[in-house]
Write a new protein. Structure first.
Length: 372
């Protein structure tokens, strides 16, 4: 039943964003149970491809799972290499999600979006919203992305404390400069807010911000983090099961408030009520029940679900490495510079990874992943 709940949650997410075609959603909903239960690790091509086109970022947010990666140098895929990749997967009709780092640090972002759209694929962008201006918004509208997600952590004081002085006003101005256009001539615009100790007392205000800026929906995302204990257990597991891989998990994050889960649960109830009253579309990810929400933010926590992300999503690093999930960026299934995406997706290595994951349901470090 938990697997079915995950699938329903993912389909609700994809349907709201319209990140892929209706045909793709229907096809995947029929194929997934067959792939997961009967294909022994083999899998139909995914409906979503998440491309980290850079890990560079102009901010360093306190809760960012990837902030350590921003300091490393990567041989980023060139525009021509991205073109080749898109040509290789266009017949599969996946949705493309461009993220980072901060995607707008790539000077060729508009050309990348334009090329993806010319190949008949849906494409969205995740951004902190600080590098846009009116000129860039005009260019953005011209290449016609399907959706854009802005990260907003709270009202101005909270947001700027997390991301930097003046960041809130830049992002809000750019959101409004897009939503003032007619809905038919602009991408869908969403706000994404990550729950944290810093903003738990101000979450209700996000609904007001969403209403004022006229965005299409607001997403609330549970914090993805690992404790030192989680990292130790995950590294040991990976050393035993992925002997030839250089394991490199991310920084640890310790929750100081023992009742944070309960406070977030109370805030979520208020937000849902307020969103209904204000006619604001709201989605909380991952789809946790009350018990899971309360325990999520405790130091010792073991999620009892099962991860299905490596059946549904292909993740690509800035340098072209295909990896099974955000946590396991150091476990490489292949590189699109060397193999076709289809070859990598059903390579023996990826098949073995899925078999092990299905057997274990989740790995030790998967506890608080946004894909849970």
């Amino acid at each position: 039943m938990k697997i079915l709940r995950k699938v329903r949650g993912q389909l609700a997410n994809v349907t709201l964003i319209k990140a892929t075609s209706l045909k793709g959603i229907i096809k995947r909903s029929f194929r997934f149970p067959i792939d997961y239960y009967f294909k022994k690790g083999r899998c139909s091509f995914p409906t979503n491809i998440t491309m980290h086109i850079t890990f560079r970022c102009n901010l360093k947010c306190e809760m960012c799972f990837f902030k350590d990666l921003a300091t490393r140098k990567y041989d980023e895929l060139s525009f021509s290499e991205i073109q080749l990749f898109i040509d290789q997967i266009k017949s599969e009709h996946p949705g493309i999600y461009l993220t980072g780092g901060e995607p707008f640090l790539r000077k060729d972002l508009f050309e990348i979006v334009k090329y993806i759209k010319r190949r008949g694929l849906k494409v969205g962008i995740n951004t902190n919203g600080t590098l846009l201006n009116r000129e860039k918004i005009e260019k953005l509208l011209a290449v016609k992305p399907d959706y854009i997600i802005f990260s907003i952590d709270g009202p101005e004081e909270i947001h700027d404390n997390i991301r930097g002085d003046g960041v809130f006003q830049k992002a809000i101005t750019n959101i409004q400069n897009i939503t003032t256009y007619d809905q038919k001539s602009r991408p869908k615009v969403f706000i994404n807010t990550v729950f944290s100790e810093s903003n738990v007392n101000s979450l209700d205000e996000i609904i007001g911000i969403a209403k004022e800026t006229k965005v299409d929906a607001v997403f609330f995302q549970h914090l993805s983090f690992l404790t030192k204990r989680d990292i130790a257990h995950h590294n040991k597991f990976c050393q035993e099961n992925f002997k030839n891989e250089e394991i490199n998990t991310y920084y640890s994050y310790d929750i100081e408030d023992d009742n944070l889960g309960g406070r977030i649960l109370d805030a979520a109830k208020r937000m849902r009520k307020l969103a209904t009253e204000e006619d604001v579309k709201l989605l909380i990810m991952p789809d946790l029940n009350e018990e899971e929400t309360s325990k999520w933010y405790q130091d010792v926590f073991s999620f009892t679900g099962a991860c299905i992300s490596p059946w549904n999503t292909m993740l690509i690093s800035p340098s072209g490495d295909v990896t099974p999930c955000p946590l396991s960026y150091s476990i490489k299934m292949g590189n699109v510079r060397e193999q076709s995406p289809q070859e990598i997706w059903n390579s023996e290595k990826f098949i073995s990874f899925r078999r092990l994951l299905k057997e274990k349901k989740m790995f030790p470090g998967c506890n608080r992943c946004c894909k849970s």
